[in-house]
Ligand binder design. Structure first.
Ligand SMILES: [Cu+2]
Length: 473
């Protein structure tokens, strides 16, 4: 087989670098948001119909090529007899969507914004706030995966060319360059560079490992994870030192041959037990941690119901009687009774329903997870806790918040930081929306907050009564 000529390699490099510009950055949702506000918001909204259709989820309904054509000139598409466009035009009483003077990239930005469900707006708002306070917004220097691939390909080609250049230089003086002699030294160089790179990563990217976890139980899991990471790190370095040392020690030397050593039972037994013992210790320890958290955890100080639905969360507190009242999924009514509470049960009449989760520091909370429709996953992100919420099942999970939101903000140096609850199960098209803030307060403030809430039943009592009497008549 012929080796690729250098001309071909050169052509490839040139082709790659020319197409670089067209492979530029991926669509930018923030740019898209700006364009959307300027050009589309008069007639479109995300999440509601205005003059034109609700655009939330439109990127799933239609393919990108169609959308680009339609947005650039919808009437041209209608006239060309496109069925979808014609049907839409009819449905919207022949209101013409004017042609939009946008190029393909700009439309892709808008589509990225639509796909983000309008969530670029909070990021943009934060950016705007930073800009108005005189702080320059951070410059985004991230590269697309394709650009990384190109960079690595180019680097590899450059390395190969340097190697070839060395060979040529030797040959031109009538000598031969022996790679088998040079490579052990290159390996050592590579080993040192690699160790430095790993060290740099450890310094730069382990900051998050040092952040105090939000819950007492989560801190135990953290500790467990750190033992694992640090043990493997130590082994990683030992193994790699030996790897590069042996590469060097047993390098090619004229007239010497390596001794072929096939098998040694003693050695096999030694390294099998040497790895098995720490593993067994680690497994036993993690099982006891798991048992402490998920086994019978004893009585909780507070109980809260976490109710998941497509696509959001509701939280139910027991009210003054300290008891979560009965519920029945048959009683669910999206407006008047979203959680299906059984108001014939007095314990349900004082229950409080809220949209954001409030917790008290140092109190053990028991969370009863419930799902209205599909499997969701209640991930208490900064507390190292998660469990599925399954329809027809009542799962529960306990943990004790150990720092307040204020303390966490100070520790992180981020005044607008919030603990989060997120759905960790891709549960449908609106999955991205299943995120809620969690506020951890000192106990007194938590009690004050609870005391201010009104029972859900009070807010719907009259409506329920009138529908009941209407039904009776
Ligand atoms: Cu979900």
């Amino acid at each position: 087989m012929r080796r690729p000529s250098f001309l071909r390699v050169l052509l490839f490099v040139l082709a790659v670098s020319f197409s670089w510009s067209s492979w530029g950055a991926p669509p930018d949702a923030r740019q898209g948001e700006k364009l959307f506000k300027q050009n589309c918001s008069a007639c479109h909204k995300l999440g509601a119909r205005l003059v034109g259709p609700d655009l939330l989820g439109v990127t799933e309904r239609r393919d990108a090529e169609w959308l680009i054509k339609f947005i650039q000139n919808s009437q041209a598409l209608v006239k060309s007899g496109d069925k979808t466009a014609t049907a839409l035009f009819e449905k919207f009483n022949k209101v013409v969507m004017p042609p939009q003077p946008l190029n393909e990239d700009q439309i892709r930005d808008i589509l990225a914004y639509i796909e983000s469900g309008g969530s670029a707006s909070s990021a943009a708002a934060a950016g705007g706030a930073a800009a108005s306070s005189g702080e320059a917004p951070a410059v985004d220097v991230s590269l697309s995966p394709l650009q990384w691939i190109i960079i690595f390909t180019l680097l590899t080609i450059i390395l190969v060319l340097v190697g070839r250049a060395i060979e040529w230089a030797y040959r031109s003086r009538g000598k031969t360059f022996h790679w088998e002699k040079a490579s052990p030294y290159l390996w050592v160089l590579w080993g040192i560079a690699w160790a430095l790179f790993i060290g740099w990563q450890l310094v730069n990217y382990t900051k998050d490992l040092r952040i105090t976890t939000g819950s007492v139980e989560g801190a135990e899991i953290d500790f467990l994870m750190k033992i694992n990471i640090y043990t493997t790190l130590v082994i990683y370095f030992i193994v790699h030192v030996f790897l590069f040392y042996f590469l060097f020690r047993y390098r090619h030397r004229e007239g010497k041959r390596a001794y072929y050593y096939a098998h040694n039972n003693k050695l096999e037994v030694f390294w099998t037990t040497a790895t098995a013992i720490p593993l067994v210790i680690m497994i036993i320890y993690s099982m006891t941690v798991w048992q402490r958290i998920m086994g019978d955890p004893g009585k909780a100080d507070e109980e809260v119901e976490v109710f998941a639905y497509q696509f959001g969360w509701k939280f139910r507190y027991p009210g003054p009687d300290g008891k979560l009242g009965k519920f029945n999924y048959r009683l669910i009514d999206p407006v008047n009774n979203p959680l299906g509470l059984d108001f014939d049960d007095p314990a349900a009449q004082d229950d409080i329903i809220v949209d954001e989760l409030y917790l008290a520091k140092g109190k053990k909370f028991k969370f009863h997870l419930r799902s209205r429709d599909v499997i969701h996953d209640a991930w208490f992100v900064h507390f190292n806790m998660q469990l599925y919420a399954q329809p027809g099942m009542r799962n529960s999970l306990m943990f004790t918040p150990q720092i307040t939101t204020d303390e966490a903000r100070k520790m992180r140096g981020k005044p607008d930081f919030n603990f989060e609850l997120a759905c960790n199960q891709i549960c449908g098209a609106g999955h991205f929306n299943m995120q809620r803030n969690i506020y951890v307060l000192p106990e007194t403030e938590y009690r004050a907050w609870l005391a201010k809430q009104t029972a859900f039943y009070q807010t719907v009592k009259d409506k329920l009564q009138s529908t009941k009497t209407a039904a009776a008549q």
